[in-house]
Design a protein around this ligand. Sequence first.
Ligand SMILES: Nc1ncnc2c1ncn2[C@@H]1O[C@H](COP(=O)(O)OP(=O)(O)OP(=O)(O)O)[C@@H](O)[C@H]1O
Length: 464
Amino acid sequence: METPRLLIADDDKKTRDFVAAFLKYKGYDVLQAFDGQDALEKLEVEDVHLVITDLMMPRVNGLEFVKKLKAMRPGTVVIAYSAFGNYEMTSNLLKAGVFFYLEKPFNLDELETHVKRGLEHQSLQSQTYRSKPALKSRSLIPNIIGESPRMLSLFELIEKVAESDSTVLIQGESGTGKELVARAVHDLGTRKNRNFVPVNCAAIPDELLESELFGHVKGSFTGAIATRIGRFEMADKGTLFLDEIGDMKPNLQVKLLRVLQNRELEPVGATRSKKVDVRIIAATNQNLEKLVASKQFREDLFYRISVIPIFIPPLRERREDIPLLVNTFLDRFNRNKKSKVKGIDADAMEILGNYDWPGNVRELENLVERLVILKGFGTLGVKDLPEKYTGVSLSAPSEALALPDAGICLNTVVEEFENNLILQALKKTGGNKKEAALLLNLKRTTLIEKLKKRKLDVISTSLA
Ligand SMILES: Nc1ncnc2c1ncn2[C@@H]1O[C@H](COP(=O)(O)OP(=O)(O)OP(=O)(O)O)[C@@H](O)[C@H]1O
């Protein structure tokens, strides 16, 4: 077993050395801090299992220290001592989460008994903390994090839907996890040992999407130098995930409808049709009903694909999930990036909890990844968060965006603004589209689609 690590904070060097020497002799690893402030700084970079603290200290006194420590690392067990204890102080300490309070002078064996109890308590507590989310959510659907009531009912729905073979339509804002949910439906169903084939209908140019989906025979169009199977056939006996289905053009919608009705397809240029057995899961961040009403999406196709609708709520409607998401991503990126960021303090977490997250979980995941890379070690605080989250300089942009009296062409201005930011992101990342998409909070495929649509791909290649 790992040697337990203790930190003792006391401004009286004699007492501190004495207690530290005794605990070292008993086999503990002991760190020392000369007051509350020094202890907080040490705890930002060191892992400890238990803290022992005096209450009367200069700069940050014992009670203040305990409060800050508990906000930074809620699970840390604290034993406090003082020669000036009274009822009010003891009750404040217990309220602040102190595990045990000792009157000075105390017997060192007595202190050790409380240290042992405290360590047992700490280990039980961390096991419970780890197993709680696992029982509720992660055990069933390993990659989807969430413990809010809405996510728990989503997990139940996924489990039920996975058992059936019906077509599913997943709706939710961008970054809410539609692809994760689609994969979970596949992984928990009977087709799990066959392919899960994703297609992003918005990222593939319209003229290529048909052959991408249904395949083509050699020579059927310029560039068709060999016969190729499409994604439908790749997904045979498995699942085809049609992402961004709201972007599919009407002529292709008719062809898709035919495949769904007849369960057979015709590759581009072929004379005979082929049977396919594919489960369809479609997703969109658009309001398909509205697209149906404005005749941009076929009503018959809409009813075909929305046999089972699944709606994923935006993150701002399930804020309870934010701390769990932040902590899980911190663990993940610490591991991936070999960083040692200990956690996030209570004030910074509160800011993240109150933010509206227009980019949903993707935005939160990207933010944590960036923070872990930039910070490297220590505890994340408010000063580490970008201005956008702390709301520090919100007034300047509105000046810059003042509408001229003569008016503007909104579409052109917005497009230019977007192009400018896209090019800046590409420049910053040396043309790396994956990293640029991360900076812009976009899916890589969405960025590629924008580059193609706006003919920016040539410029982006020259930045690489
Ligand atoms: N509940 C969640 N738990 C863990 N990770 C999540 C969750 N929701 C989303 N993510 C992560 O957020 C990112 C975006 O997820 P995903 O691509 O599934 O979203 P989407 O809704 O399909 O987005 P878009 O509409 O832009 O295609 C991914 O990295 C995914 O792993």
